[in-house]
Design a binder for this molecule. Sequence first.
Ligand code: NAP
Length: 249
Amino acid sequence: MRVLILGGTAEARALAEHLVGRPDVDVVSSLAGRVADPRRPPGAVRIGGFDGVDGLAAYVSGTHVGVVVDATHPFAARMTEHAVEACRRVGVPLLAIRRPGWAAGPGDAWWRVPDVAAAAARVAAAPPGVVLLTIGRRGLAAFADDDRHHFVIRSVDPPDDATPLPARHSIVRARGPFAPDDERALFTARGVTLLVAKDSGGDATAAKLVAARELGVPVVLVDRPPVPPGLVVLSPDEARRRLATLSTG
Ligand code: NAP
């Protein structure tokens, strides 16, 4: 059975590792091609968009995919919507893997906001200071008109030239996982007074929240977009079990 993994996450790579080499499964991982030098999962990899729902549906039926696993990032909402619609159209099962979101503990000062625009509004209302933005490159434009803060923009690749950026900013290029000591050092060296992050969940990027807690830095945390109705969301272990059942019939 051919399994198409919609990837771009550690969970997707782990699933590909688990499936590659199994005689009953032919695995293809799909990456969007957003980062210049992506971490490639083992096994076959295709890179680039499908050209919307029609393209994905044509790919799934044309390459005889037997099951699609949406293991994209919790904020990759458009890809998930496309996967739901394309799989429904061609009658191929779709499973989704999502890591759980983060939960605040004692000492955390988090403001949860529904989207990046709301995060920018929350930042605009905060006293002037240094804002660490860890939301990736998309969404940076929401902060472009804010000249009251200095923004430290952390991303894997630099923002492209067309993206409007705030007047006062610096760019830190880095790719997780991040260690707590390194995050503490970054906060201290840059004098960070406010952190903006997405509720991505997982261990790889949680250290910034630990640093924020320890250093008394408040956090503006962007909530996840909703999961489309009817999407079967499983833990990585459950998805592996379900795939084993599907491939053996
Ligand atoms: P998105 O907004 O949901 O998707 C936008 C378009 O990108 C999709 O319509 C599709 O293009 C293409 N695309 C997205 N994921 C794809 C995949 N795995 N394979 C092939 N095409 C894909 O996605 P996004 O938020 O930009 O995320 C892009 C990729 O980065 C995803 O693989 C995601 O797992 C990863 N990622 C995202 C974030 C984040 O914060 N959003 C963080 C870490 C990693 P077509 O319509 O042309 O098919």
